[in-house]
Design a protein around this ligand. Sequence first.
Ligand code: G6P
Length: 367
Amino acid sequence: NMSEKDGFPFYMEKEMAEQPRVIARMLEEKTTEDLPDFSGEQVPDSLLTSCESVCIIACGSAMHAGLAGQFLMKKFLHIPVSVEMASEYMYTDPVVDEKTLVIAVSQSGETIDTLEALKYAKQKGAGSLAVINVKGSSIARESDAVLYTNAGPEIAVASTKAYTSQLALFALLVARMAYVRGDFTETETRDFVRELKRVPDAMEKVLAGKEKIHHIAGRIISAKDIFMIGRGLDYFIAMEGSLKLKEVSYIHSEAYASGELKHGPLALITEHTPVVAVATQKQLLSKEVSNIREVRSRGADVVLFAKEQLMPEEEEGYLTFELPDVRDEFMCLPAAAALQLLAYYVSSDKGYDVDKPRNLAKVVTVE
Ligand code: G6P
């Protein structure tokens, strides 16, 4: 039904298009005069100040959002932060106690692995905060406090707006934590939030460039295996980009931290192996560029998604897409939108039912 999809052929495209609005609205809702403010959702600051470590628990795309959240927390809060795959968590004898804040991240709020892991941590005395999209869901009810992403219903199995709203919410949460824990001054917090508020426009620009990404998708459509590479935050974006491509286009895509390529996967790079590289982090650019040269010299077909300011000099033979500039820590949002579009076009050009990938379910209530 085209009308439910606002004229888009698939929910996935509709939901990708909604992202700038969803995130802009969330950032307005959860800030007061550019300071993060969770009083509307009754998240007590004591929950955010009393912990000495953070443990993020999730599955799938929500876990990938957690990895970006972890990166920001380590950078700005200077405390130990781990990300745990919910299905593995309780079988690995985790160190968890009253000084741990567990953050459960879930679109549906019903993923059984995440719920069980949360219950386990609570039993050990951990404080808990849930980052959830669906109001009143099981994980929301089980947690001490809830922050809602309020992305609206997500129908496509492959998560898009729920995932990026989790990324944005993590940035806001980090800002609040840094503010109340004394890592940020009020001015630093406001500057951080103001920069974050530029993200919806940057995502809008990526969406406006969708035909260029559609063209890039043509490079990948007939591949069997591809690699997505990046360093730091870009690695986590590559992980989510790879998951999206697997889910909707059935192409095997492996995300690799660029520096780790030489320890194995480089053996698989031959003439015309597609390699999607993400480069949005200034500090890591020169190393990333040399990793790209490495794969190019083995014949790889490179597609580079880079922050506009950081785009290296045009080199022959590879496709590029410029990602609009926002602060490096927030580049994961426009970058994620670009890789979502890439997966989407590969899938729809192959004639697949983008919204309903085989074998997958939107909500997973089996362990
Ligand atoms: C399923 C969905 C994924 C999702 C994962 C976790 O596998 O297909 O898109 O990331 O579950 O779901 P949750 O609702 O907990 O975020």
